[in-house]
Structures are given as C-alpha cells and as structure tokens.
Design a protein around this ligand. Structure first.
Ligand SMILES: Cc1cc2nc3c(=O)[nH]c(=O)nc-3n(C[C@H](O)[C@H](O)[C@H](O)COP(=O)(O)OP(=O)(O)OC[C@H]3O[C@@H](n4cnc5c(N)ncnc54)[C@H](O)[C@@H]3O)c2cc1C
Length: 297
C-alpha cells in the first residue's frame, strides 16, 4: 500500500492532539541556547512576545533550512554533498491515477514517476534539465512529454487535466556528521537529504525518530545516560544505507547527458540485471521497504 506523506502528517498531528501534547504554530526568530549544558533552551517570538522554553533535550527536526544544524559550530560539522545534474518537474492534477501502483520508468528522454494522492488525485514527475524554468512547461507540453516517455498501453490510458500545482525540484544528496551536539539531536532533513528516487526522505526522518525515541526511553526509564552519545552513529549507519539506495536508484533510472557510451551500456546492464533476476529484485525490495534497525542497548 502507499501511505502518502500528507496522510502521515495528518495522522501524526491528530495523534499528538489526542495525547494532549501542545503544538505552537506560527513562531518566529527561533534560537537555540546552551546546547552543551544540562539545561538547553529554545527562545522564539510568538505574536510579538518573546518566549523561552527550557528543555532536557532539543530534537532539531526543522528541515534542511532550519536553525538546528546552523546552531552547531562550523568546525564541528563535516558535510558530504552531491548535487545531481537535473531536476524533477512535478505536476499535481485532479485526475485518476494512470495505474493502481507507482510507476518508475526509464526512457532515453529522461526518467518518469507516476504516483498518486488518492483515487482521484495524481502526481506525475518528469526528469528535466536544471536550466529549465517551470514557465516553459505548459500543462499541454507536460502531458505530451509524459505520454512520449510511457509505454503505449499506459499513455493511452492516461487521463489529463488542469494542473493544481507545478514546480521543479533540484535533486540533492547531503549528509552532515555528527548528528548531535551536546543535548541537541538532529533529526530528518535537518541532517540529511536524498534525491526522491528511492522514496527515502520521510522514511529516514522516521528512522532517526525511532532511534532517538528508544534512547530517550532508556534514559528516562533506566537512567541510561551512556546511550545518549550513541545516537549519531546509530542514526548515521542507517542514513548512509538510505543515501546509497537513493543514489543507486537515481543512477539506475535517469538519463545522464554526459555519460560515455560504455557507461550507458553499464547502466543498461544494471537495469537488465536488477529487473531480470530474483536476487536483483530482492535487493531493491529489501531496501525499498526499509532495512532492519540495530538494537539500542
Ligand atoms: C518532491 C518530493 C517527493 C518526496 N517523496 C517522498 C517519498 O515518496 N517518500 C519519503 O519518504 N519522502 C519523500 N520526500 C521527502 C520528505 O518530504 C522529507 O524528507 C520529509 O518531509 C522530511 O521531514 P522533516 O520533518 O525532517 O522536515 P520537514 O518536512 O522539512 O519539516 C520541518 C518543519 O520544520 C518547520 N520549521 C523550520 N524552521 C522552523 C522555525 N525556525 N520555526 C518553526 N518551524 C520551523 C518547517 O516549517 C517544517 O514544517 C519527498 C520530498 C519531495 C520534495
């Protein structure tokens, strides 16, 4: 089944409300203080008033552009980054999905992803050059290009319509080490970004949450202070595997303009191997649904 990101977010917000936890929206000027001490704190401005939140720990889960990672001194962080030479042009439309399952397609004109939000709302993506602007892509041009890149039996079934949203997202691979500084733990996109080809971004964020939650549970229940320093390594072991899978899927399925004829043959052989052998399919399935977690003890 596909458990869409928007559904995950809605369910988490409802669960938080149901357990009586407070969420404060619409804050500005968020700053983190005393992260190396036993009493870190967060200050922010809400409705013009400065507020101060005293904490045992800070979970820095504020995305790639948030303040958490930026609050760690530069000389402590190591950044690993790769920018991909293309982007994804996405289109959202109130049309029935072309297929009941996700479609990842490789075509010599570029990669295609057909996904769905519901039985009546679809989301499609096309690989485009980074130099393309969204204004160059009318709805008609998008649908025409999508049809060219899909097999005939699918392009004939494709229902087109007005776009509700259209945008171009660059693809990035990024990891920062370590994922903790004093009593602040980086979680999710604040610490790592993957190209969306492996569908791993939110999954890795959840993976970090899982490790942090298990460590904090041991800390509060059994006083296991020693486990706090294990978070970064435990999280990173799984993050790097997710990065590897996303990198692998991106290489396997996209068109690379500057690839040599030999490298293109290697890419083709890879696709034939991974899609034509049980072992190849198993390794994709194993990584796609998620690798096992390490124990926290
Ligand atoms: C096109 C696309 C397709 C994707 N598809 C998939 C997929 O199929 N599967 C998958 O697993 N992942 C997917 N992802 C990735 C996924 O969306 C992200 O990895 C995930 O949302 C990361 O969650 P996060 O909580 O770490 O960060 P975010 O979702 O970025 O959340 C951070 C939050 O912090 C808030 N924030 C930041 N700074 C402040 C501040 N100073 N004060 C208050 N609030 C602040 C932000 O407003 C935001 O709400 C996709 C991403 C894209 C762009």
């Amino acid at each position: 089944m596909v458990y869409g990101q928007t559904e995950v977010t809605r369910d988490l917000m409802e669960a938080r409300q149901a357990c009586g936890a407070q969420t404060i929206y619409g804050v500005e000027q968020v700053e983190l203080h005393d992260l190396k001490s036993d009493k870190p704190c967060v200050t922010f401005v809400k409705n013009g008033e400065t507020c101060r939140l005293e904490c045992d720990f800070v979970a820095g889960c504020d995305g790639f552009h948030g303040v958490s990672r930026q609050s760690i001194p530069r000389d402590i962080l190591r950044e690993y980054e790769s920018i991909w030479p293309f982007g994804w042009l996405g289109l959202l439309a109130d049309t029935p999905p072309v297929n009941h399952e996700l479609i990842y397609a490789h075509h010599e004109r570029g990669f295609v992803l057909c996904s769905q939000r519901s039985l009546t709302r679809s989301r499609y993506y096309l690989q485009v050059p980074l130099s393309d602007k969204v204004e160059q892509w009318s709805d008609e041009r998008f649908w025409e290009e999508l049809k060219r890149r899909l097999p005939d039996e699918l392009s004939q079934k494709l229902v087109t319509g007005h776009s509700l949203e259209k945008s171009i997202a660059p693809l990035r691979s990024y990891v920062v080490e370590p994922m903790q500084y004093g009593r602040m733990f980086l979680v999710g996109d604040a610490a790592h970004i993957v190209p969306p080809t492996g569908a791993k971004g939110l999954n890795l964020a959840v993976s970090d949450v899982n490790y942090l939650w298990r460590i904090l549970r041991q800390y509060y229940r059994h006083g296991r202070e020693d486990l706090l320093s294990h978070y970064s390594q435990l999280a990173l072991n799984r993050v790097w595997k997710g990065e590897r899978f996303s990198w692998f899927m991106t290489h396997l399925l996209h068109d690379f303009q500057d690839k040599s004829a030999f490298d293109r043959k290697m890419q083709e052989a890879d696709r034939q191997y991974y899609l034509g052998s049980r072992a190849g399919l198993t390794t994709i399935a194993e990584n796609y649904v998620g690798l096992p977690y390490e124990t926290v003890e």
